[in-house]
Ligand binder design. Structure first.
Ligand SMILES: CSC[C@H]1O[C@@H](n2cnc3c(O)ncnc32)[C@H](O)[C@@H]1O
Ligand SMILES: [Zn+2]
Length: 440
């Protein structure tokens, strides 16, 4: 018998690679944080002895979900300013509130609130862009989740820094601290083309290329952003980024609701990735990302929730359903973003955008054991013709029961293993009292 750490006997497994497969009555063996094997359960039972064996025969097992864009600490501003368009929301509500409240403690408490919500809804890896990224990185590391933490760069000062020089030096120091960390990657987070000028963008492009570090930027979020840039610079923002050397396979362009044929060509020729945030785009009435067209062109599209202040949740399973439905509505093509493609967008495509698809994003032998289990035993899951369809079009995230990252269990039977729900709720309530008491 081969000894492994964990053996999960599953009803169904969608490994993502190979594509479009649903395995029935198979088992997943985990050892030393990695996937040791996926084999028929009859074989697994005679081949492996495990420290922990789980019978999840009414469950679907898939790779953990990857939230490719968010601002975790903004969970403390959930519901703070609803029903405004992006510009008003940011300039009249969110930035003043951030100026008043954001410090290292806000980021720690807000990130922990976000982590708990993300883990409970199946996220095993997330990308963050926020002030005090050292507090976010620490909270992420302590929770056991996998993360890409991008440090912010703006032209203007914030509580975290005075300007580009300080943002970059603090961010690079953070990168030194996490250089050999298996779970945390540090990247550059220039906020947007309209808040960062050419010189720092060019510097980011050069350093990121040297370090082979990811860059994430809000881009073409609204038609207004593009029109203003054309008026002021004569160029569309994506063309400006390309001219500054900022577009490459290291670049993650968040939102992209405005895409001309030239933009499409630039995305394709540079290998930049797109992070689609459908619910935030809908709520802020920002526009629609043409996902079907992008996928047909071969551009990698990952999925993100954006922050809870514009979504207003961090439920990636819900986001995946919105993305699948919206892709059909926007393209007028009912076969756009089918169930398997939607699952891939929320797993492997996210890993690819972050440059970690050799580590995670699919259930393949040798990859990290980043895995979730979803219970399919209630009436809302019946009848079960097609587990991929059921997951995307019918399932709710409260049926996600287990989660592992690098083989470590973060949620067991819906109980968080590394975070205290009680403490997180208490702290969120404390912030609510403080913020509501002074803001309105
Ligand atoms: C660089 S720290 C993050 C910064 O971005 C702000 N933000 C949150 N959501 C959006 C969005 O959809 N577009 C642009 N900027 C956004 C957040 O409030 C922080 O100030
Ligand atoms: Zn954002």
């Amino acid at each position: 018998m081969e000894t492994v750490d964990t053996l999960i006997h599953a009803g169904w497994i969608i490994p993502v690679i190979p594509e479009n497969q649903v395995l029935s009555e198979c088992s997943l063996a985990i050892n030393d944080g990695r996937i040791a094997a996926i084999v028929p359960t009859t074989e697994a039972k005679s081949r492996f002895s495990a420290t922990e064996e789980l019978d999840l025969t009414q469950h679907l097992i898939i790779p953990g979900l990857i939230n490719a864009h968010g601002h975790a600490a903004m969970s403390l501003l959930r519901g703070f300013a609803d029903d405004h368009p992006l510009q008003t929301w940011l300039e009249e509500h969110i930035w003043p509130a951030e100026g008043q409240w954001v410090d290292a403690e806000f980021v720690k408490d807000g990130t922990e609130l976000a982590l708990a919500e993300m883990i409970r809804s199946g996220t095993t890896c997330f990308s963050d862009m926020y002030f005090f990224p050292e507090a976010a990185a620490k909270a992420a590391f302590e929770s056991g989740i996998r993360a890409q933490i991008t440090f912010p760069v703006f032209d203007f000062p914030s509580a975290w820094g005075q300007g580009p020089d300080e943002y970059l030096s603090k961010g690079l120091a953070l990168n030194d601290d996490y250089r050999s960390n298996e779970l945390i990657t540090i990247g550059f987070g220039p906020h947007a083309p309209y808040t960062v000028s050419d010189e720092p963008l060019q510097r980011i492009a050069t350093i990121a290329e040297e370090m082979q570090a990811p860059i994430q930027i809000h881009l073409h979020e609204t038609a207004f952003e593009v029109d203003e840039a054309v008026k002021n610079t004569g160029k569309r923002p994506i063309q400006r980024l390309a001219d500054l050397g900022l577009l490459s396979p290291l670049t993650q362009c968040v939102h992209m609701t405005q895409i001309s044929d030239d933009d499409l060509e630039l995305l394709k020729s540079t290998g930049a990735h797109i992070v689609h945030c459908p619910e935030s785009n809908l709520k802020l009435a920002s526009g629609f990302c043409p996902v079907d067209k992008l996928q047909q062109t071969g551009i990698n599209v990952a999925l993100g929730t954006d922050g809870a202040a514009s979504n207003n949740d961090l439920d990636l399973l819900g986001e995946l359903r919105t993305a699948a439905l919206l892709a059909k509505g926007v393209s007028g093509n009912a076969s756009a973003l089918n169930a398997h493609q939607a699952i891939r967008m929320t797993t492997l495509n996210g890993a690819k955008a972050m440059g970690i698809d050799h580590v995670t994003g699919s259930l393949e032998t040798g990859k990290a054991a980043d895995v979730i289990a979803i219970a399919f035993d209630e009436l809302e899951s019946m009848p079960l013709y097609n587990p991929a369809s059921q997951l995307v079009y019918a399932q709710r995230s409260h049926r996600i029961t287990h989660s592992w990252v690098n083989g470590k269990c973060l949620m067991h039977d819906r109980q968080l293993q590394t975070l205290s729900e009680h403490e997180i709720i208490t702290k969120a309530q404390r912030w609510q009292k403080k913020i509501a008491g002074q803001s309105h």
